[in-house]
Design a protein around this ligand. Structure first.
Ligand code: SAM
Length: 272
């Protein structure tokens, strides 16, 4: 490994002022970055997909941990800095210029891979939903280590009955385990965002038998679409749902946020 200049020097040299339009908030603290790169476990020789490397702080930590990194970045300005990083770790960094929302990650990786990313809020949630949706399971990715606004992280790991429990929690928990791995103070970022952040760690679990992912999404969408209403009202538009509630012994006067992930799965199974 070659000696690398401090990240702040890299930023200055390449004129990488953070772009608000691209949702850029950079991390420079090497110790913090090493701790983030350690969340998915031993990365030696593992394939890692990093989305949004920016100037490459997290990328450095991943390479240092021995990962073979594929990084997708849409900001052209960052490419020379990333190319320098690639030279320090020959053969271990592949940079793809493009929009991660438009690329097929499985095709790109061609082998099982861990995902690690610090992304803008909107892109992060869109990709998260995509990684966790679909009928095919287990996915090609082996884990997701993702930075979110703290509030979103709470929604992902929320338990039934809590105010933050909703579609995102069911999506993240019905066939995976999701945990809040680390809180990250806003002052760790340059520039600091308005709110606190946290890293969520997800591993795929077993897919419950006989359940269509689409049906589960349909049920949760209807139920949480009107979360203050009783199920007998909110699920009215899902054919057969009220009969299924009765057959499963689920009181139709309950509201969506009181239903456990297992109960949603049971409803979707009966409707699938
Ligand atoms: C919050 S910054 C984080 C940068 C770096 N990973 C760090 O931790 O310091 C997010 C990065 O994602 C990039 N980005 C935003 N939208 C993207 C997209 N759709 N596809 C790929 N990269 C994207 C931005 O250009 C930016 O470099």
């Amino acid at each position: 490994m070659a000696d690398l200049p401090p990240l702040r020097e890299v930023i200055a040299k390449h004129g990488l002022s953070a772009s608000k339009a691209l949702g850029q908030n950079f991390l420079f603290d090497a110790q913090l970055l090493d701790r983030i790169a350690a969340i998915p476990g031993d990365l030696q020789d593992k394939a890692v997909l990093e989305v949004g490397p920016g100037p490459g702080g997290l990328t450095r930590a991943l390479l240092k941990a021995g990962a073979r990194v594929t990084a997708i970045e849409m900001d052209k300005r960052c490419l020379p800095a990333l190319a320098e990083l690639g030279e320090a770790y020959p053969g271990n960094l592949r940079v793809i210029e493009g929009d991660a929302l438009k690329l097929d990650h499985n095709d790109l990786m061609g082998e099982p891979y861990a995902v690690v990313a610090n992304l803008p809020y909107n892109v992060g949630t869109a990709l998260f939903t995509r990684w966790l949706s679909g009928e095919s399971w287990p996915p090609q990715w082996t884990s997701l280590t993702l930075m979110f606004q703290l509030e979103v992280a709470h929604r992902i790991v929320a338990e039934a009955g809590s105010g933050t429990y909703g579609r995102l929690a069911v999506l993240a928990q019905w066939r995976s385990t999701a945990k809040l791995a680390m809180k990250v103070h806003r002052s760790a970022f340059t520039p600091p965002p308005k709110v606190m952040s946290a890293i969520v760690y997800v591993e795929p679990g077993e897919m419950p038998g006989g359940v269509s992912a689409r049906m589960l999404e349909r049920v949760t969408e209807a139920a949480f679409g009107q979360r203050r209403k009783m199920l007998r009202q909110s699920l009215k538009g899902v054919p057969g749902a009220l009969e299924v509630l009765a057959s499963l012994g689920i009181d139709s006067q309950r509201r969506a946020e009181t239903l456990s992930v297992d109960e949603f799965v049971a409803i979707a199974r009966a409707l699938s």
